[in-house]
Design a protein around this ligand. Structure first.
Ligand code: NAD
Length: 361
């Protein structure tokens, strides 16, 4: 199969971690007989330095022509980098918002997995962490409170601010379909999170999710109020498979879920549109403090590449090969600095990539 992939190395550690992810994809291609065609584009600070803007129209067109986009990370040190003296719409992060919008990426997927070998990094009590967990937060990314009308007014000397939370049933249906489709590739359970005891938008959310669920009789659906979900994530994270939720709840819950894994360098993510197209990137930033030093953990980006194989190309066997190689490397005691613990062998970014490749071959 030919896979056309646009790569965005980006800034900071971005180029280093994307290089390792490409190495991993190449190993998969060789083993399973695929043909990877990469085209790099500039985004973020790297694009500002060359073109004066964080993303050009040509770069968007190149991304659009691909089957999927693999990204490192963008941005620099926000206190010292000259990129942050520019107007907000010209700063590195504006490139990411622009590409998400241009490619209509409305579904954000953030897996939170606690690997047995990294259980020590989990801030939860041992009796909870020893059960492990493997969940995926599916967050609606282009609607809700962050995109509603807002205004601040002043009446009789009293300031007043209004934000509006709007969802229509089409927006809810398309993300629910994605959530159920993805649950079918996992443990076949969807927890839909809302605040239906208070919000009309949540009552509509719940009704539409129930309609969609009828087409997926093999997937178990449960509803959970967002306040309860926030508690359950620290009390019993092992109960979750796919958590399906709207934009603001997902923003908060996905950060909470990431933190209970305790390892920022391990967290992959994906943003999908209503075709198979997606943008895959680690959840962490460009880590300017360790850039160019061969210290970055490439695993989040390598696991993002695995998500790309699974969700954009339906290559589940190939994605499993990457996920298993990552597990094996951890089991064999290799760690980058960010996840280092006593008795393990510390390796750099390139070596970690090599070790994962060896376990794929
Ligand atoms: P960060 O995630 O870049 O770094 C936070 C801490 O985690 C740092 O100490 C860093 O060294 C460490 N870290 C992060 N990723 C790591 C990895 N793979 N291996 C080892 N250690 C790792 O967050 P920040 O410092 O707040 O932001 C730095 C820049 O990244 C900013 O410009 C920010 O806007 C940008 N950013 C970009 C994205 C993105 O591209 N999607 C996301 C978040 C932040």
């Amino acid at each position: 199969m030919e896979l056309k992939i646009t790569c965005i190395p980006g800034d900071g550690i971005g180029p280093e971690i994307v290089a390792e992810a490409k190495k991993t994809l190449d190993a998969v291609a060789l083993k399973y007989g695929h043909d990877m065609k990469y085209t790099d584009i500039l985004m973020g600070g790297a694009s500002i330095d060359v073109h004066g803007v964080p993303l050009t129209d040509e770069a968007v067109e190149t991304a659009r022509r691909a089957d999927a986009v693999l990204m490192g990370s963008i941005g620099g040190d926000t206190t010292t980098s000259p990129w942050y003296k520019l107007a907000p719409n010209l700063r590195p992060e504006a490139g990411l918002l622009a590409i998400r919008k241009a490619l209509n990426l409305f579904a954000n997927l953030r897996p939170a997995v606690l690997y047995e070998e990294l259980a020590g990094a989990c801030p939860l009590k041992a009796e909870i962490s020893e059960k492990g967990f493997d969940m995926l937060i599916m967050r609606e990314l282009t609607g809700g409170l962050y995109f509603g009308e807002r205004r601040t007014t002043e009446e009789n000397g009293v300031r007043k601010a209004v934000d509006t939370l709007t969802y229509d049933e089409k927006e809810i249906r398309r993300i629910a379909i994605k959530g159920f489709d993805i649950a079918r590739k996992r443990k076949k359970k969807v927890t839909s999170v809302d605040k239906a005891n208070v919000l009309d938008s949540s009552r509509l959310w719940r009704a539409v999710v129930e309609e969609v669920a009828k087409d997926y009789p093999d997937v178990t659906l449960e509803h959970m109020l967002v306040d309860n979900c926030a508690m359950q994530l620290v009390k019993d994270p092992a109960q979750f498979d796919v958590i399906l939720t709207e934009n603001m709840f997902g923003d908060i819950l996905s950060d909470e879920a990431s933190m209970v894994t305790g390892s920022i360098g391990m967290l992959a993510s994906a943003s999908l549109n209503d075709t198979k197209f997606g943008l895959y990137e680690p959840s962490h930033g460009s880590a300017p403090d360790i850039a160019g030093k061969d210290l970055a953990n490439p695993i989040a980006t390598i696991l993002s590449a695995s998500m790309m194989l699974r969700y954009s190309f339906d290559l589940d066997k190939e994605a499993d090969a990457i996920d298993n190689a990552v597990k094996q490397v951890l089991k064999d005691g290799y760690r980058t600095g960010d996840i280092m613990s006593e008795g393990c062998t510390q390796v750099g970014c390139k070596k970690m990539g090599d070790l994962i490749v060896e376990r794929i071959q």
